[in-house]
Write a protein that binds this ligand. Structure first.
Ligand SMILES: Nc1ncnc2c1ncn2[C@@H]1O[C@H](COP(=O)(O)OP(=O)(O)OP(=O)(O)O)[C@@H](O)[C@H]1O
Ligand SMILES: [Mg+2]
Length: 290
């Protein structure tokens, strides 16, 4: 396993891989890796010859009152997990290395960051698009895997990649879940047992909406209400439970068509948890859960 800390060394390494005929796979993460990240690495390894996992807790995507300082940092364990899943390189730069002259240059999308998580985290997506653009510039021609758990982020990155002509193929990987259906997330480790138990209401809420949709419910308000009712009583607060267009993320009103995103964000015991399902495209998140 090769460990790289300097951005330009990472860039040269990717160029060397391609010069020797190898395809480069990229899996950007903030570390504290779990089985969801492993699924991204495995998918990248199916599509590329050398898979680079980036581990970078990106300061520009955290709000001033958010958990940047206490975000879990577990590089040694991350390297082991990444290697076991099929990665050959870990790129783990410092903040100073990624932003040597500050963050003067930023990448900002106009519409996609406004909805859903953007309403509560107004600067978050600008930090995400900026750092992913920097990583894509370093990696060059490659296949990059992102999780559908962060659905809005995936759509934003797909759009940025198209708009900026990055030579990167972006792949969305299905959400990996715990046995009870809870989406894996590094921030789940913030949950005390009592909150962890209550978090089961999140996939259950999505399940109920999937069931209502399957039975013909198409009213945006009623689909949102079905999910909200399941989750609201179990969590500390609800940031949103929203039906949105599955491509543009714009909020929908009235009736949904062939497919629609149902996304939610809740607060539970100090953690902010998100999850989603695309109605008309995916089955229940509890399918296969016990
Ligand atoms: N359960 C999961 N299944 C599939 N992909 C996931 C899952 N959780 C995270 N990912 C993906 O891993 C990549 C890196 O995400 P990140 O490092 O922020 O992990 P995270 O678990 O989302 O952490 P956090 O809980 O802090 O948001 C993203 O593309 C994200 O969508
Ligand atoms: Mg995340």
């Amino acid at each position: 396993m090769r460990k790289v800390f300097a951005p330009l060394e990472f860039q040269s390494l990717c160029e060397e891989f391609r010069a020797s005929g190898k395809r480069v796979g990229l899996v950007p993460t903030m570390g504290a890796l779990h089985r969801g990240h492993a699924a991204l690495i495995e998918e990248a390894a199916r599509r590329a010859d050398e898979v680079v996992v980036t581990v970078f807790v990106n300061p520009t995507q955290f709000g001033p009152a958010e958990d940047f300082a206490k975000y879990p940092r577990t590089l040694d364990a991350d390297i082991e997990l990444a290697q076991a899943a099929g990665a050959s390189v870990v790129f783990a730069p410092s903040a100073e290395a990624m932003y040597p002259q500050g963050d003067e240059t930023r990448v900002k999308l106009s519409l996609l960051p406004r909805f859903l998580c953007g309403e509560v985290r107004p600067t978050h997506f600008e930090g995400v698009s900026t750092v992913v653009a920097k990583l894509f510039s370093l990696a060059g021609r490659s296949v990059a895997c992102f999780g559908r758990k962060d659905y809005q982020q995936l759509k934003l990155i797909e759009r940025m990649t198209t708009d900026l002509f990055f030579p990167v193929t972006v792949i969305g990987v299905p959400t990996v879940r715990e046995e009870d259906g809870l989406a894996m997330s590094s921030r789940n480790r913030y949950l005390a047992p009592e909150h962890r138990a209550k978090a089961r209401a999140i996939p259950l809420a999505l399940d109920r909406a999937v069931a209502a949709y399957a039975q013909g419910e198409r009213s945006v308000a009623r689909l949102e209400a079905v999910a909200r009712e399941v989750v609201a009583s179990e969590v500390d607060s609800v940031d949103y439970v929203t039906v949105a267009d599955s491509q543009s993320i714009e909020l929908l009103q009235g009736e949904v068509g062939e497919r629609a995103l149902l996304a939610l964000a809740v607060r539970l015991g100090g953690a902010r948890l998100i999850d989603n399902v695309v109605l008309g495209e995916e089955g229940s998140p509890l399918r296969g859960a016990s």
